[in-house]
Design a binder for this molecule. Structure first.
Ligand code: GMT
Length: 373
């Protein structure tokens, strides 16, 4: 198949999933065209079946806001025609699904039929998409898609709750490559912490929804009882808040701000615990990556997280904001070597259910169904 993938190129789960999906499809022999305003940060164009098309946005003194959707739609039309694409797959509804819809209409006027699949990732439904300034367009584009998927059952339910949906929604969970995310790696713990120190990790795009302050509060309680370091991976609007808190609590020597790291598997495989105290999380791809690396997860029970992290088996779940509870679960594992080893093993086992080899055929089956129609 010749597949066009529309995604955000930035440090974020939807772009990561779209990139890994496209690269996985290319390895299986499909021709995959990524369309975005810059090259997705995890994309390696080292496969003859992978192409990247940059969406140029032309500025003009009249524009206070650049009309990205129009440039994207024009690019979609152009790539579909010149590369004879069979279908488009939009990751994150805003604005990718509505641009794909418009491109499909334009192509139809040129006697070409290019169906599009929309994958909803999270805040495109739960936060941003519900905003009245986006809702009618998103609702329309979702209903007009030739197939719609969500990354968890919880997100499917939210979509049905917040929007008037007239079509079926299939759940295709996020996935990892178990050959890449594994407990053993060449990294050395000594590069990040002293002998005997536990390594606690958090990875995110530091948006308010991630509740980065709860990560630091939880770590503050942990390090009072167990020698530990906190590895913070990523960057975003709340990075400054995190730095200020770390200074206020006198944790400068125990918290490492690692910024945007491309190969997060090298940090996860040396970590003892992963913290994800999000306000809402449709799936929690970073939690899955941690589990695949044999790192138990202490997370909130919000959104789709309970579909990934199993309470008392792969880690623990707590209500949002329950930092004392998070810290006490963390300490329970960190103080019991045998239990920690057992949870590590179970986390890896649970993650295997989400291996790319099991999930990718689900997308291929949807593509085939759409094309057959
Ligand atoms: O919805 C977002 O916040 C953006 C998106 C992203 O690009 O980072 O994250 C969402 O999609 C990921 C991949 O499907 C999920 O693993 C995240 O849980 C989800 N984030 C939220 O729901 C907050």
């Amino acid at each position: 198949m010749r597949i066009g993938i529309i995604c955000y190129p930035t440090f974020g789960g939807s772009g990561v999933v779209a990139t890994e999906l496209g690269m996985g499809l290319a390895r299986k022999g499909h021709e995959v065209h990524f369309i975005s305003y810059s090259k997705p940060f995890r994309l390696d164009i080292d496969n003859e079946h992978v192409f990247f098309h940059e969406v140029p946005v032309t500025d003009y003194p009249l524009f206070d806001f650049l009309p990205y959707e129009i440039s994207l739609t024009s690019k979609l039309v152009d790539v579909c025609i010149h590369h004879n694409l069979d279908l488009l797959h939009a990751h994150y509804a805003i604005p990718h699904a509505s641009s794909a819809y418009l491109a499909k209409q334009i192509l139809q006027s040129k006697q070409r039929n290019v169906p599009f699949i929309t994958t909803l990732h999270g805040t495109d439904i739960t936060l941003v998409g519900r905003d009245p300034s986006y809702l009618p367009v998103i609702e329309f584009a979702v209903n007009a898609s030739d197939a719609v998927t969500t990354v968890s059952d919880d997100l499917r339910k939210d979509t049905l709750r917040f929007f008037q949906i007239t079509r079926a929604i299939e759940v295709v969970p996020n996935f990892i490559d178990s050959a890449l995310y594994k407990p053993s790696c060449e990294c050395s713990r000594i590069d990040y912490g002293a002998e005997g120190e536990r390594l606690i990790t958090h990875i995110s795009n530091f948006r308010p929804v991630k509740r980065i302050a709860d990560v630091i509060r939880t770590f503050y309680r942990i390090q009072k009882e167990v020698p530990a370091r906190l590895l913070l991976v990523g960057d975003g609007p709340d990075a400054q808040l995190a730095e200020d808190m770390v200074a206020e609590l006198g944790l400068e020597h125990q918290v490492l701000f690692l910024g945007k790291v491309k190969n997060v598997e090298q940090i996860l495989c040396i970590s003892d615990l992963f913290l994800l105290p999000s306000e809402t999380e449709s799936f929690g791809l970073s939690a899955l990556e941690a589990m695949a690396s044999g790192t138990p997860v202490i997370s909130t029970n919000s959104g789709g997280l309970p579909e990934v992290n199993i309470h008392g088996y792969t880690g623990y779940l707590t209500p949002v904001g329950a930092v004392d509870q998070m810290a006490s679960y963390a300490l329970e594992l960190l103080k019991d070597q045998q239990k920690l080893a057992q949870f590590r093993h179970q986390a890896r086992q649970q993650a295997a259910r989400f291996d790319i080899h099991a999930i990718l055929p689900m997308y291929e089956a949807i593509y085939e169904k759409v094309l057959a129609n």
